[in-house]
Design a protein around this ligand. Sequence first.
Ligand code: SF4
Ligand code: SF4
Ligand code: SF4
Ligand code: MG
Length: 986
Amino acid sequence: MLRGSSQNPDTFFQMQEARNPYYDDCPDILQGEMDRFAEITGRQYKLYAYCGDPEAERIIITMGSSGETVHETVDYLNARGAKLGVLKVHLFRPFSLEHFIAALPATVKAVAVLDRTKEHGAVGEPLYLDVVPALVQAQAPGLRNGAAQPKVIGGRYGLSSKEFTPAMVKAAFDELDKENSKPHFTVGIIDDVTRLSLEVDSSFRVEGDHVKSAIFYGLGSDGMVGANKNSIKIISEVTGEYAQGYFVYDSKKAGSTTTSHLRFSPQPIQSVYLVDEADFVACQQWNFIGKVDVLERVKQGGTFLLNSPHGGAGTWDELPLSIQQEIIDKELKVYVIDAAKVAADAGMGRRINTVMQTCFFAIADVIPKDRAIAEIRAAIESSYGEKGRKIVEMNFAAVDAAVDHLEEMIVHDDASSDFDVEPPVPDHAPDFVKQVTGMMLAGKGDLLPVSALPVDGTWPVGTTKWEKRNLAPEIPTWIPDLCIQCNKCALVCPHAAIRVEAYDPAELEGAPDQFLSMPYKGKEFGEALYTVQVVPEDCTGCTLCAKVCPGIDKKNPERVSLMMEPHAEHVDSEKVSWDFFLDLPETDRTKMRPNVKMSQFGEPLIEFSGACSGCGETPYIKLITQLYGDRSLIANATGCSSIFGGNLPATPYTTNCEGRGPAWANSLFEDNAEFGLGFRLALDKHAETARRLVTQLADELEDGFAAEILDAPQTDEVEIFMQRTRVEGLRNMIKKIDSPAAREMEQFADYLVRKDVWIIGGDGWAYDIGSPGLDHVMASGANVNILVMDTEVYSNTGGQQSKATPLGATAKFVTGGKSVPKKDLGLIALSYGHVYVASVAFGASDSQLTRAIHEAVSYEGPSLIIANAPCIEHGYDLADSLSQMKLAVESGYWTLYRYDPRLVAKGKKPLQLDSKPQSIPLMDYFRHENRFTKLERSDAEHFHELVAAAEAEVKRKRTLFEALAVLDLPAEEMVGTITAETEAAE
Ligand code: SF4
Ligand code: SF4
Ligand code: SF4
Ligand code: MG
C-alpha cells in the first residue's frame, strides 16, 4: 500500500469529504471511552461538562484547568444565592454541536467564553469562534427548542501561565450582568491602552477555612522542592488529607528563586492557582529579605519562619523598617533558625533543606511534631540508607539540632530600624529601568499596565548591571605585586565580573584609598597605570579567574595574584572601587589587537548574565563582543545562550562608551542559521544601496571623496575608525545637498561601515535541529561567522543527548552510555573547501582561540568555530573546567585546529593542527566527570567497552586529521562557490 501520495485537483476535494463520517462518529466514540474509564476509575468525564445551577442564567465556557477555578467560584457564589454555571469543554475538535447544546441549560441568558490565547487581528479567539456559530446553528428546530439566543462575550485570560483566580472569574460573571457588557475583554491585566481589561476585586476569595496553606521561598537547587514534595507525602499519609504542591521556578541559571505553594485540606482541593494568603511562610535565604517580598502572601496572624544568622533576639534589629512594621501590622508569629550553621555543624555543608523541613513541622501545626519528626527520620532512612550510615546519621543530627536551635523571634512593639528596603534599582537608573525593569525585578511585573510595555518586543539593553545579585560567597581580591598583567582572569570570567584597564596616571586623582593600581608593563599605552578590578555584586564566585591566574608567589605557591576572600568582608570597599573604575576612560579601540591580552582592554558587551556560575559558553561570546561587538549583529539560536542572553527582566548585552553594541535577536532551533543569513543579505543589500547613492552623488561631494569612501579598506580597528570618520564627513556633506538621493543617503550611510554577522547557538541547534539550515548557510558562501558552543547535550532543558554527545557519556535519553561517536561537524564543514573551520577550547589554549576568531572574522566567507564549552550538565564542579579542557585536549578527545581556505590559494596547507597527539589515556579526562563515571558505577563492564571504543575513535580521528593536515591542495582558485550576492540575485 501507499500513503502520502501527491494529489491533484481531480480527487483531492472529494477525498477530504470522504472522511466526514469518521469525524461525525468521533464524539460518541470518545464519550463511550470516557464512560468506560469512569467504570474503571470512578472518574467521569464528559465531552462538555456542565457544573452549577441547572437553571443558570449566566455561564462561563472554558477549556483546561481554568474550568476548576471557575467551578470552585460558581459553587461558592451559588451557595450565596447566585444562579451561575460553567461549561467545561473537553472536546474541542471535532466540535460536537449536539453534545454541546445538550450540556447547555435552556435558561442561559448570557455566556462569557474564555480563551487562553491571543489571535492578533481575529474577530475573537478560537473557542469563542466556535461557540458563536454553534449557538446560531442551535436555533434550528429540535436543538434548543426555541430558547432565547443568549448574549455571548469573549475574554482572554492566563496567557503564558499568568494567574487566573476566583476574583477574575467573579469579574467575568459581573461583566455578564451588565447591560453594556464589553463584547471582548481581558482579565488579569491592567489594559490602559485599549481598555479591554475588567476590574478585579483582589480581596475576593473563595477558599474555605478547612484549607491550610504554606509558601516556601528558596533558591533553585537548594533541595527545597524535594523536601516539600516529601512533606506533602508525609502529611497526606499521616492525616489522610488531600495535599497539593506547586513549584514556581524562575528562568535564571544561577541564583534562581523557587517558590513552593502547598495546600492541605480534608476536602478535595480544586484551587489551581497560587496560594495568595498562606498560614505559614518560610524564607530559606536571609539575603532575600529586602529583595523578595516574602511577607506579601502571609495571612493576618500567620506564622513566618526565617533562616537568619542573627538569632531570636538579634534578628529584629537586622530587619528593614517596613518589614518590621509589616510583622507588627499582620501580628505574625516569627521563628528563626540559623539553618546554614545547623547544617554545616551537622556536616551537611550548605544543604539546609532537612533543617528547614524539620522547623516547618515543628511550628506549622499540621501534624503532631513528634509524629512528623519520626516520619522525616523514616524518609531520611529510605532516601539515604543506600549511601551509608554516615549520611543517614548526619541528617538525623541535622533534624535534632534543628529542633534545638529553633527560636521564636522577639517582636518589638514598634518598628525602629534606621534603614529600610532599598528600591530594586537605584535612583540614577534610567526611567524605563526604574519603572519597568525595577518592577519586574521586584516580582511585581503583574502590576505593570499594558502601556508600560514595548509593542514590538524590543527591550533596552544593558540592564543586568542594575540587578545586583550578590551571589558569590567569596570574590577575588587582587594582589598587584604578583600580577604579570596577562589579562587571563578577565578572559575566562563567564560573567564579565573582573575587568582590566590601563590608564593615564592623572586619572588616579580622587581614587578611594583602597583602589589598587600598578605601573603598566607594556608599551601600548605609553606611561600608564594598570588595575584589575572585580565587580563585587555581580561576581558569582566561580573561582575561574583565581584558577587561571599565573601570578604565583614563588616563595609561597598558595598565594596568587587573585585570592578568593569572603564576599561580606570585601563587598563594600570593592563597590566603591568598582564605581571609581567605571569612571576611568575606556581604552581607545584603535589600540585593540585580536590577542588575549589586548582583547581584554575592550569593553565586554555582554555582562552579568544569568548563566550558571562557571558557564563555559559565556567566555566565548564575551570575547567576541570585546573584539567586534561594536559592529556585530547576532542571530542566537534558542538554548542556554538565548536564555542568559535575552531573559527578562534584565538583559546582559550592552553598549560601549560610544553607544555602540551588538544588535541581538533570538530565533528558533530550526531556522537560526537562515535567520542570520537574512541579516547578511539585508546588510549587503543596504550597503549596495549606500554605494550606489555615493556614486550617484559623487560630483556633489568633495573631490575624490566618493572613491575614498568606496574603496576604503576595513580590516582592523584603525581602518574602521577612519571609515566611521568618513561616514560622519559624508553626513555633513549631504546635509547641504538638496536632492532625494541625499535624503536617501542619510538612511543608508551607516551601511558603508563594515558589519559582522554572528550566528550562534549550542550543539542542540547546530548538530541536531538546525543542522540542515547550518549546512545551507555554509553552502551559500555568505560572509557569516558561526559560533557553536558545544556542551555536548541540550543544556537548557536539562541535558538530553544530542549528536554531539560523546561516545561513552551518559545523558538523558542515553542513560546506558552513548555507543556511537559524536558527529564531526568540523569535518563535514571542511569537506566544502570554502568554509573556514576552527575547533577551540579556551581553557586549553586561549591564544589559539583569539587567533581563530580573528581569522574567522577576516575571512570573507562562511566561518565555523566549534567551541568546547564545559557545562554543569557534565557533572563536575566547573571551578575545574579549565583543567578539564586541558585534559580533553591532551587525551586527544578534543583536537584544536584551524582550516583556512585562503591558504590554498597561497600554496600552503590549509589545515593546521594546533594540539599535539594524544599524550594521556582518555580515562584521565573521563574520570572527573559524572556523565562518564556514572555509567562506570552502574555497569563497569559496559563502560570500559565504551571507553575502549572511544580510545579507538580518538586514534582514528587523529590519523584522519593528520592525513588531511599534510595534504597539498591545488592552488587554483576554488570554483563553484556561491556568493551571497549571486544567491540574493537568484
Ligand atoms: Fe568572574 Fe568567577 Fe572570578 Fe567572579 S570568581 S570574577 S565570576 S571568574
Ligand atoms: Fe594579573 Fe593574575 Fe589577572 Fe594575570 S590572571 S592579569 S596575573 S591577576
Ligand atoms: Fe549552565 Fe551549561 Fe547552560 Fe552554561 S551552558 S548556562 S553551564 S546549563
Ligand atoms: Mg548544548
